[in-house]
Design a protein around this ligand. Sequence first.
Ligand code: ADE
Length: 292
Amino acid sequence: MLDPVHKTGLIHKKSDVYYYYQVIYIQVNLKKKNGEKMRLGIISALHEEQQGLMEAMLDATTTEHGGRVYTQGQLWGIDAVCVLSRIGKVAGAVTATLLVEKFGVTHILFTGVAGAGDAGIAVGDIVVADALVQHDMDARPLFPRFEVPLTGLAYFSSDHAMALQLLTAAHGFLEHDFMEVIDAGQRAAFRLAQPRVHRGLIASGDQFMHDPAVINALKVALPGLVAVEMEGAAVAQVCYELGIPCAVIRTISDNANEDAATDFLTFVSAVAANYAFYIVRRYCQALAKHGF
Ligand code: ADE
């Protein structure tokens, strides 16, 4: 039987453009039938992106390993392990590996902020990855740009069921929680009039994007790009290699242009934690109610 990633992430190259598409399978039902129990690993790069989740955990215990603190417990009925990866692809990859190999998680969710990857995406919008690519992977002329050498893959798919559940949670947050938890001052300061939810391609690299020329070139090279960040695609590669379903949800903190650093810092400290907390709460509550 094919593993879930193959089923949901077939990648094809046509001319010089990579296309990814998704095939929906009965992965959710298979897992339920097999009686598998979910243990959810939740990664964020920074404290502000995960604030509140650890305090909300019931029966929490902490373990320090490799310079990170892993907090295990129950989040709204879901067995979970929360950890801060710090920033960058290696940080994300080692954290994901340890979550699986040492802490026994069955699924990984990455939640945090990102720069906008398209002109139609604004600060305060939410993006859910369909697929992820390492935008700084470039082993040309040995391999095509973006392809991870010797895997034959440039794009790593999110788990389809997880992505759909996150989209539902994100819509629920914007419809029911947003006006209550993001106060009028914050909405005005960040011009968060009517935030929207998007799905698409997220590109990760060891680079904080702040040059309009760089982000514009990347948009051309990666059709369907919705966001840029620094960990997601590395986590997705680890999950692909270990056969673990994973998903990435990001709130847009900046436009990846010359204002990116200022916008990022103010957004992360003022608003990001509320988005993450209420979206993850909705996601866990739905899982606890309907299964996975
Ligand atoms: N995370 C948030 N904003 C970002 C940006 N502009 N570049 C890379 N990662 C980010």
